[in-house]
Ligand binder design. Structure first.
Ligand code: GLU
Length: 424
């Protein structure tokens, strides 16, 4: 690895793609082409607050690579999101769709604000204005957004409505992760967590181990972490630790997930208020304590840059599955590699979400819907074949998993560039 702690997420992503390009002996011009986003749009989003005042936000949509299909990737609403982070995440999406072998490119969008501080009506107005500003970028064959941190099915419904109103007819295929009633896919909400758990099971199987009985610690109890916990527990794993903004809870015998879910449904503010296990650390600062717990597998399923040098040094797990995008800093990655910890990188490990998004598009284009078992089975099938391709490439090339995944993604994209040729 050539990356260090001092690199931003964007520098780290670009360096990884360049490293992969050099490993593949790609000509410099082709590496530059693969690193550079096809197009970036930056927009101002003026909108009306509930009290009648005007406010202004900033947003971006990045089409990173569109050689293999329409740009595809989520939209993030977060108060720290910025242009460079959106580009880094879009690079990750291009690699992810290539590694998962989906006929899609990579994109990402973001609006810089904290949705928790705004009413639903304000978020709707922000979403509609953002979509109208980027509408020339969007379309079922051009760019298809999806949920990411801070957005959900309701936001996707507003995007679909705003876009559809502009073109004059209902266009469900312009977004994925939308409500089932509007053409969303069954299984989409659980798909990322399902893929994370499958990634763990597939890796363990290569090591001659079973998921049942494994002790798992999960950071994040949102869309990804909650489903990863449920689905891993359903397969016999013990969820020994969970953390969220309220802190970290631990129980060596396995946490009672049903009790956590019931408490959260009843209004508990986070896992530490659920009355399960021991609270080992409180508050947002207490969330990284989950990484030091005695366990076999760690699943970081919250935000990027979650595992730093300290957490990597303290980690006891032997396997890390990246449910979030970019949860390990490059230095943490190096430390874990030195400790012999196996890391299954985000670009494969959390591809279950975009895989299900692809299946949602297939259903939209064919005007049909599959039942939940069919969708889940297809997600698992696609994740399995991608794992075989990724794992055999890593084994043959003797590259560490993250670099192997990047090389495989870059090679897939480079091949399609060569086959298509260069216009004009
Ligand atoms: N935001 C998710 C991701 O980072 C899903 C993207 C999609 O479904 O297009 O993979």
């Amino acid at each position: 690895m050539t990356t260090t702690q001092h690199h931003s997420a964007l520098e780290a992503a670009e360096l990884r793609v360049r490293e992969a390009g050099r490993w593949l002996n790609l000509e410099d011009g082709l590496i530059d082409t693969i690193v550079a986003p096809r197009r970036i749009i930056e927009v101002s989003i003026p909108f009306r607050r509930d009290d009648g005042s005007r406010d202004l936000l900033h947003g971006w949509r990045v089409h990173h690579n569109t050689t293999r299909g329409p740009a595809k990737g989520g939209i993030r609403y977060h108060h720290e999101v910025n242009r460079d982070e959106v580009v880094a995440l879009a690079i990750g999406m291009s690699l992810k769709t290539a590694i998962a072998n989906l006929p899609l490119g990579g994109a990402k969008g973001g609006v810089c604000f904290d949705p928790k501080q705004y009413s639903a009506a304000e978020i709707e107005r922000i979403t509609r204005r953002y979509v109208s500003e980027i509408s020339s970028f969007l379309g079922p064959d051009r760019d298809v957004p999806a949920p990411d941190v801070g957005t959900n099915a309701q936001v996707m419904a507003w995007i679909m409505d705003q876009y559809s109103t502009g073109v004059g007819h209902a266009t469900p295929g312009v977004v994925t992760g939308k409500p089932i009633e509007l053409g969303g896919s069954l299984g989409r909400e659980s798909a990322t967590g399902r893929g994370v758990v499958e990634a763990a099971a597939l890796m363990l199987a290569k090591q001659g181990k079973d998921l049942a009985g494994q002790r798992i610690a999960i950071q994040g109890y949102g869309q990804v972490g909650m489903w990863a916990a449920r689905l891993a527990a359903a397969r016999g794993a013990l969820i020994v630790g969970i953390s969220d903004v309220s802190g970290t809870v631990h129980h060596a015998g396995g946490l009672d997930l049903a009790k956590i879910d019931a408490a959260i449904r009843d209004g508990a503010r986070g896992v530490c208020a659920a009355g399960v296990g021991d609270v080992v650390a409180r508050g947002l600062e207490g969330s990284p304590a989950v990484f030091a717990l005695d366990c076999d597998i760690v699943m970081p399923c919250a935000l990027g840059d979650a595992v730093h040098e300290k957490q990597a040094n303290e980690m006891k797990a032997r396997l890390v599955i990246e449910g979030a995008n970019g949860p390990l800093t490059p230095t943490a990655d190096l430390i874990l590699a030195d400790k012999g910890v196996t890391v299954i990188p985000d670009v494969y490990a959390n591809a279950g979400g975009v895989t299900c998004s692809y299946l949602e598009q297939c259903q939209n284009f064919a005007h049909l819907s599959w039942d939940e078992d069919q969708v889940n089975a297809r997600v698992i099938d696609l994740m399995r074949s991608a794992f075989e391709r990724f794992h055999s490439f890593a084994t043959e090339s003797r590259l560490p998993y993250r670099l192997a995944a990047t090389v495989l993604g870059v090679k897939t994209i480079a091949d399609s560039h060569r086959m298509r040729g260069l216009h004009p």
